[in-house]
Design a protein around this ligand. Structure first.
Ligand SMILES: *[C@@H]1O[C@H](CO)[C@@H](O)[C@H](O)[C@H]1NC(C)=O
Ligand SMILES: *[C@@H]1O[C@H](CO)[C@@H](O)[C@H](O)[C@H]1NC(C)=O
Ligand SMILES: *[C@@H]1O[C@H](CO)[C@@H](O)[C@H](O)[C@H]1NC(C)=O
Length: 357
């Protein structure tokens, strides 16, 4: 008889599947630069080797534009922070981005969560470069061009606007290059994330708005200068979260001469340029299932009175919760002493906390 397969060791197909997944995820592996990328000065092309192990397609761009790499490292940190903040009240809370560049299945496959993170990361790179231009940090760009619209009667264009154009140019080249490479990867996942990257940049571009500063005698605002500035990444993340909740499940099909992303359900409207799209359903993230990239919600804090996703009912998936009390120490009974200091007492207060079973 054939020898029994070795026990307790992953079978070969699992390894092959893993390699395949690594290929799929390459587009956001640069998020891992928050660790390694902060340790080098990015003033020598050899520093680009930090990208080599993860995303070779981004190497040429790094070598040609070393000066933007600081912005990209900052964008990686900003993406992680904004993602976790936007999803703090959800079962999937984006904690898995911390594992970059070694992601789990929640971000390796064509899931909704992956759609969100790709869109946010693509927006973040463009955002970071556009603002670095305006802060005078980059040699090849400066403030955004003066808006073509006629200023209102009460202001004039001035100050220094974010350079969205330059940010889009370099940001798109960086974020999309791994998805445009010809290496063996599933066409559907590439198409999905190219689409989602573009959605992220569109949401960012739409956030460009007029910001003003008042001048004049004692803040009378008789003179106002205005420029075009982008929203902060937290607001972009919150817009993208709404799109995540309304994301459309698609398949990649030949439609006419080209492959296109079309809704999986017959009765769904065609995909628009502002919709996030995904290919496979996510687990409910209620229980631990590492094959599916689910960490489960056991021990997550929940809100007993909320009816939203952070409420104990939804967060704990009906398993119930444990209550414990915790002592918090706060400053209180503060008194102002003339002049000029404040003295406070320390008050202790018990608060109830609820944690999923
Ligand atoms: C790069 O920066 C580091 C630290 O600031 C410095 O020691 C090194 O000489 C620089 N290299 C080049 C090629 O300028
Ligand atoms: C996010 O969820 C994981 C898994 O349940 C948990 O370990 C982690 O503490 C959570 N993070 C936050 C900030 O709540
Ligand atoms: C819990 O949810 C309620 C209702 O949404 C909200 O008013 C309250 O501030 C939340 N409590 C905490 C601790 O987040």
């Amino acid at each position: 008889p054939a020898p029994a397969p070795a026990m307790g060791r992953p079978a070969v197909p699992a390894a092959a599947a893993l390699l395949c997944q690594l290929g799929l995820s390459a587009a956001i592996r640069w998020l891992g630069l928050t660790e390694s990328g902060g340790r080098v000065a990015w003033n020598e092309t050899q520093h680009c080797r930090l990208l080599a192990g993860t995303v070779p397609e981004q190497l040429p761009m790094c070598r040609r534009n070393l000066e933007v790499m600081h912005s990209i490292v900052r964008a990686a940190a900003a993406t992680k922070g904004a993602c976790q903040k936007a999803f703090a009240d959800m079962r999937w809370n984006c904690s898995s981005v911390q594992r970059a560049p070694a992601f789990g299945p929640d971000l390796l496959k064509g899931t909704r969560e992956s759609a969100f993170v790709h869109a946010l990361a693509a927006a973040a790179v463009t955002h970071s470069i556009a603002q670095a231009c305006a802060s005078g940090e980059l040699p090849l760009c400066s403030c955004g061009s003066v808006p073509s619209e006629v200023p209102g009667p009460d202001f004039r264009w001035g100050g220094c606007g974010d350079n969205l154009r330059y940010g889009l140019q370099l940001g798109a080249a960086f974020a999309d290059s791994p998805l445009k490479s010809s290496k063996l990867r599933t066409q559907a996942v590439k198409a999905m994330n190219l689409h989602n990257n573009a959605v992220g940049r569109q949401v960012l571009s739409d956030s460009l708005e007029t910001k003003c500063k008042c001048h004049g005698v004692s803040g009378s605002c008789s003179v106002k200068t205005c420029w075009k500035g982008l929203s902060n990444l937290g607001e972009i993340a919150s817009d993208l979260k709404s799109k995540y909740l309304a994301a459309i499940k698609v398949t990649h099909r030949l439609l006419g001469p080209r492959k296109q992303l079309i809704p999986k359900e017959m009765d769904v409207r065609p995909v628009k340029e502002t919709d996030l799209v995904y290919l496979i359903n996510s687990p409910d993230y209620c229980t631990v299932n590492l094959q599916l990239g689910s960490l489960g919600t056991q021990d997550r804090q929940c809100n007993k009175t909320s009816v939203g996703s952070d409420g104990c009912n939804l967060m704990c998936c009906g398993r119930g919760y444990n209550t414990y009390t915790e002592e918090v120490v706060e400053r209180c009974h503060c008194k102002y002493h003339w002049c000029c200091y404040v003295v406070c007492k320390k008050c202790r207060r018990m608060v109830e906390r609820y944690v999923c079973k």
